[in-house]
Design a protein around this ligand. Structure first.
Ligand SMILES: *Cc1c(COP(=O)(O)O)cnc(C)c1O
Length: 392
């Protein structure tokens, strides 16, 4: 009811909640695995699908449904299906929309576990993936085969903040009867709405910015009522990685402040990127909000702001990078992101540690590279924590 009438920030707070007879103001949690029916006939009607309604929490749960409807309203989607994690969301898309013999063209710069899912597990069932350069339209086009069904990408990419042209890739996908799937984890719908740019499906790790405080695992798939509302939902109901009502409730509370948080993450990240860009111990800064970034104009045209992830190379390689990380007192040394707390990580020995030296070089992961997921602390404290290491 709020979806057409209200603007983004309002939907993030009010969409999806249909108050129960108790008159609760905050969304209720329904910790129940099954639901009861008024009669044997009603049970039969629910099971046959003649009557809509809850049956069993692997299929639907009212708290999870509020989260799904709210996120659908934010992404501008007909349907949203919540999952136990971001990886469950991506897996459900693949199982729901692909069959043996199909082919995926995917950006090389995606979450490491997603590339393992594509290569090791989908490969086992006869689905092959070709990995391409996120920003090179010609190689996307060349990689498409008669059996290609999905194009998959994240933008901006992790950790180097490359930006893909979502509208151009959606056109390419549709010209070849493929679907474009965008992992919108880094921007969230507060900063970028891929479906409005022509993408067919959006996947989320709710573990990151949607919750926003590092408390839960969760995920979601958004898209049209056929591909998501039937095909992906069918996989979820059958295979089981559905979102728990408690996690849905935490993520709902996260959505209420999503817009505010993304604005502040972006503002802090821009200040950090500008500070690092001026610093003589820093070789290079990767952040699409800097005017020197090669896709700054594209990022500006399809995103509302530039997000909270800043990567940079320190002079002196791994030794200097580790020294800087170890000299911080406040920043958390962890690979997670999308938290109110700022995190710092050394991709070459953590998130990208399993890559060979050649693969790291091809992916641009140098030994001096550091990634910071900028949190919501006062930016002056974040800068002071880094200055200590940079100026020692
Ligand atoms: C974390 C992450 C995932 C996986 O999400 P989980 O909730 O950890 O399963 C997928 N894509 C991106 C971009 C991520 O950062």
């Amino acid at each position: 009811m709020y979806d057409d009438e209200f603007l983004f920030e309002t939907r993030a707070i009010r969409s999806g909640h249909h108050r129960t007879a108790e008159g609760e103001h905050s969304e209720p949690i329904f910790p129940t695995s099954s639901f009861v029916f008024g009669s044997a006939a009603e049970a039969a009607a629910r099971f046959s699908g003649d009557q809509p309604g809850n049956i069993y929490a692997r299929f639907t749960n009212p708290t999870v449904k509020i989260f799904e409807q709210r996120l659908a309203a934010l992404e501008g989607a007909q349907s949203c299906v919540a999952t136990a994690s971001g990886m469950a969301a991506i897996m459900a898309v693949c199982l729901g929309l692909l069959r043996a013999g199909d082919h995926i063209v995917s950006s090389r710069s995606i979450f490491g576990t997603t590339s393992i899912l594509f290569e090791r597990y989908l490969g086992k069932f006869g689905v092959e993936t070709t990995f391409v350069d996120l920003t090179d339209m010609a190689v996307w086009q060349q990689a498409i085969q008669p059996n290609t069904k999905l194009l998959f990408l994240e933008t901006p990419s992790n950790p180097l903040s490359e930006v893909a042209d979502i509208a151009a890739l959606a056109d390419l996908a549709h010209a070849h009867d493929c679907l474009l799937v965008v992992d919108n984890c880094f921007c969230t719908p507060a900063l970028q709405q891929p479906l409005k740019l022509g993408a067919d499906i959006v996947v989320h790790s709710a573990t990151k910015y949607l919750d926003g405080q590092g408390r839960i695992m969760g995920g979601a798939v958004c898209g049209d009522s056929k591909h998501v509302g039937e095909d992906v939902l069918g996989v979820l109901r059958t295979t089981g990685p559905s979102m728990s009502p408690f996690n849905a409730w935490v993520a709902l509370k996260g959505l209420e402040t999503l817009s505010l948080r993304m604005r502040e993450h972006s503002a802090n990240a821009l200040k950090l990127a500008q500070f690092l860009d001026q610093h003589d111990r820093i070789e290079k800064v990767y952040f699409a909000g800097l005017e020197s970034h090669p896709q700054h104009a594209l990022a500006k045209s399809q995103q509302k702001d530039f997000g909270g992830i800043v990567s940079f190379e320190v002079k002196g390689g791994k030794q200097a990078a580790w020294k800087l990380i170890d000299s911080t007192r406040m920043l958390s040394i962890t690979a997670n992101l999308g938290d109110a707390k700022t995190t710092i990580t050394h991709p070459a020995t953590t998130t990208h540690g399993r890559l060979s030296d050649e693969q790291k070089a091809a992916a641009g992961i140098s030994d001096g590279l550091i990634r910071i997921a900028v949190g919501l602390e006062n930016i002056d404290d974040i800068l002071a924590d880094l200055r200590r290491g940079l100026e020692s």
